[in-house]
Design a protein around this ligand. Sequence first.
Ligand SMILES: [Fe+2]
Ligand SMILES: [Fe+2]
Length: 146
Amino acid sequence: MTSIPEFMTHMHRECDELFSEAEAAVAKQDWPLALTKWQGFASELTKHFNQEEEVLFPKFEQATGMTAGPTQVMRMEHQQMRAIVQDLDNALAAKQKDEYLGLSETLMVTMQQHNMKEEMMLYPMMEQNIAEGEQIIESFKASSVI
Ligand SMILES: [Fe+2]
Ligand SMILES: [Fe+2]
């Protein structure tokens, strides 16, 4: 059985890895590799955000009654990251190396701060408050492509 913090933290690491592989490929101007890594990252990140926004955040809000607390901040940060991801997607499509690397730095910092807050605070709170955490993670695993 996998806990919420364990599973979701692992997903952060997988995203980080694909993200830095995409960045390294852009730095070498290996565009086909960059595109593969980037698409892998973007689809993992989208899935991860959806699992949080559609399943875990609502469950946490229901369980604690905290609807205007940390989950709202996390949702807002997801929107900020989605906007940067869109800009990165455009930079990659246009093969704008410097633009991509600049944006990549911004996303990395934003993402690290966000993930840190989830890992240190929100996921442990979820683990304590969401009774059916294990079933939720099992369903995430079942719907996972990797
Ligand atoms: Fe998040
Ligand atoms: Fe997360």
